[in-house]
Design a protein around this ligand. Sequence first.
Ligand code: 13P
Length: 250
Amino acid sequence: MQQLIAGNWKMHGLTGQLPLIEAICRASARSPADILICPPFTLIARAAEIAAGRIAIGGQDCAITETGPCTGDVSAEMLKDAGATAVILGHSERRHHHGETNAVVFAKAQAAAEQGLSTIICIGETQGQRIAGAALTVCAEQIAGSVPSQSHSSRLVIGYEPLWAIGSGVVPSADEIVEVHRHIRACLIAHIGAEALNVRILYGGSVNPSNAASILRLPEVGGALVGGASLAVTEFASVIQAVPCQQNRS
Ligand code: 13P
């Protein structure tokens, strides 16, 4: 399975940062991985124009409904119209700051799938849940509640992002990552069947040039979801270069 390196720019990026898209396209030209950048809504159309298919451009959220009186919302169809081919859904910052429940994420995933967008559905436990030994249960519940059961593997990606690792500089141990990724695979198989065998499960949370190589070599890790390090071309290029050739995977 080809790995996916996805950059989530979150609420960063003005038109002045658009040259970064061209730089990332060049840096990823010979990469064995698929590359996706999810800039803020305001930059999607221009980023897609610059990328011109060399890398994928995605959104960071979409609305449940297709059209209507939903001030401030952006639909999956609008994302597609702007040139996006993918969307991040259920990021912990949306689950926690905007009260998005599993049911909301599920409905958004259905709306995105109807438009043919690839969806990266994010899951992950809080620090308290990990300490309480509930990490695997939380991930199982989020998969069961957020992932539409008819999902097709080519359009579904899971982002495992433990909240305590996001922006903290702390990453789980290799054993912890593998344990959760294996559990996610098993939950997905129970939920969507054999399709789950081809779903990429990304690790996200403080991925940077110094830890990317060791994380990307782990079994069941299908790529990385990168926040801060996707905002500087040298850092993001180093993460891309850390993608192992297939024969070097453990
Ligand atoms: P950081 O890489 O900045 O920790 O962010 C991870 C993330 O939330 C990506 O979606």
